[in-house]
Write a protein that binds this ligand. Sequence first.
Ligand SMILES: Nc1ncnc2c1ncn2[C@@H]1O[C@H](COP(=O)(O)OP(=O)(O)OP(=O)(O)O)[C@@H](O)[C@H]1O
Ligand SMILES: *[C@@H]1O[C@H](CO)[C@@H](O)[C@H](O)[C@H]1NC(C)=O
Ligand SMILES: *[C@@H]1O[C@H](CO)[C@@H](O)[C@H](O)[C@H]1NC(C)=O
Length: 642
Amino acid sequence: MSASASIRAVQEQWRLSNRKPIIMCHIPWLLFLMALHLLRLVATAADDQFTFDSFAGENLTLDGTAAVTADGLLMLTNGTTLLKGHAFYPSPLRLRGGAASGGAVRSFSTAYVFGIVSEYADLSSPGLAFVVAKSNDFSTALQSQYMGLANAANNGNATNHFLAVELDTIVNAEFGDMSNNHAGINVNGLVSMVADDAGYYEDGTGAFRNMSLLNRTAAQVWVDFDARTSRVNVTMAPLELPKPRKPLLSATVNLSAIIDGGEAFVGFSSSTGVVSSRHYVLAWSFKMDGPAPPLNTSKLPALPVAILKPDLSKTLKIVLPIASAAFVSALAIVALMIRRRWHKYAELKEDWEVAFGPHRFSYKDLFHATKGFCDRHLLGIGGFGRVYRGVLPVSRLEVAVKKVSHESRQGMKEFVAEVVTIGQLRHRNLVQLLGYCRRQGELLLVYDYMPNGSLDKFLHSQNSLVLSWGQRLRIIKGVASSILYLHEDWEQVVLHRDIKASNVLLDADMNGRLGDFGLARLYDHGTDPHTTHVVGTMGYLAPELGHTGRASKASDVFAFGVFMLEVACGRRPVVQDEHGDPHLLLDLVLERWRHGTITDAVDQRLQGDFAVEEAMMRNQVANSHSSSSTVAGNISDIPRVR
Ligand SMILES: Nc1ncnc2c1ncn2[C@@H]1O[C@H](COP(=O)(O)OP(=O)(O)OP(=O)(O)O)[C@@H](O)[C@H]1O
Ligand SMILES: *[C@@H]1O[C@H](CO)[C@@H](O)[C@H](O)[C@H]1NC(C)=O
Ligand SMILES: *[C@@H]1O[C@H](CO)[C@@H](O)[C@H](O)[C@H]1NC(C)=O
């Protein structure tokens, strides 16, 4: 009802009441009642229409995130995610005419300017809606896709009693949303009766022009309800354009069913989802029974420019490749590290080795024990590889690790089996073989560590300590007893095949210990010049080996005999004379023996400090039951070489 219509109604009542005869004393009372009625009508008339070019200081009913900003903007959501906000005109409007609430529904028209400011340029929260509702209490409504209008249980129920015009920026399949940029007319729920892409029809051409709800620019919307036709028309346009003639949406709604009482609240509802966004209403006008007062769009405060994140897709376009590249390279580095680590400690292990498990060392342990096989831990370099000192990680046992390079895997099984067998040998004059490890092209043998190194250094090094006769004899006896053990006392006959001074190691008590055994097999494959194709070392080889090529106890004993001479004489088995010609030490000794000057052959460095009896082995020869006598006997039996 317009103001003039209200006044006409007052005049009508005035006329009607004047027609009846009225007692004079009642006149002041009637006048008072009339004044009251008039006042009410004027108030109603004022409520029938309003215009907010700014919301500053205006009395609106706000709830949730809704607030009026310092600029006078009505902010429905404040950027916090998953919240809702409502703003209603404080008093309900008489949506039905006549004094009784059952009167005909009246036309109304509203215009408003809205703006959505999302964190991302192409992604936002659900949106906002203009609402005409029986109640302004939306406390049970949900945020996110329900836009603060309904919840999962009551969505679409007739008891909701609302008409909403949604500006929806999210596609919700459950509500049959068409796009993330659409407008819709909704009754009692989030499923639109009609919906269309945000935009407008150009007045001249009738062409449809798209508009973006998310471009952070304010735009205007008109909602017109024509009571005569029961049609709701929704029209949108950019701020600079007048209201287009053709509405974007049009639907017939039974407003009297929606608003069953006489009054209804008008306002806005909005909510945020998981993306931070702000929904604003910049200006709003409303009028019953006529077109909404035009808004002065030129004087509106600007939409706040929040600290906006760049376009999400742009962000992804930039960040994603970098992130994935970083991820891939991180993965590659990790893989490389694992591979390197794996490679660093990689071993060669075959099924048949399972049985030898206890004798197998992990390469990693040996690697750490020897500090990565560093030169500081190098004990010496033999004919077939380097020997390193190490301390085993757990047991703290001192070991010598011999690294033998080998390419052939041929005979490896037999060899390892032999290594393991030899590992079972226990004798105080043997260097204990603790176990082995295998890698690609490499075999590692782990021995007990002998702190005083190999005997040949003491015998042949110029600046080393001179071993006394007593020490020498003890070493010889020790080695002899170990050979006896190998040959006779163990369940199998073990041939050392490479008895020599450099393979006799000295423990802390300067006991001689035979070591480096068991490599003979491997030596078969060796091509080292130090060895002949026959197993063993030049100078120690028994003469028959040259013919048969077969090692025997006797060939071991022959080598031991040479070793004994080497220790007693302090000279290498093959000596060079003044002309540089090689001679066997054995021949020299035999020559002296025949001349009866055997004691001349004893090491000069002893300066005569030795037991002649022992050197000549006179007593031992008589006693043919001792192990040494066998050796002596053998030596005397040896036919001349050369
Ligand atoms: N168990 C051990 N404890 C301490 N030092 C050792 C041990 N085994 C070997 N060595 C040291 O490592 C050096 C090299 O030993 P290796 O047995 O490889 O060489 P070799 O006996 O001189 O020659 P070949 O390989 O021809 O037998 C030895 O001279 C010795 O000083
Ligand atoms: C938004 O409003 C809610 C509820 O009033 C409040 O808890 C929150 O802190 C507000 N967020 C911001 C960014 O102002
Ligand atoms: C032999 O080793 C022990 C223990 O390491 C040491 O005490 C001794 O001096 C060494 N003997 C010689 C002759 O080097």
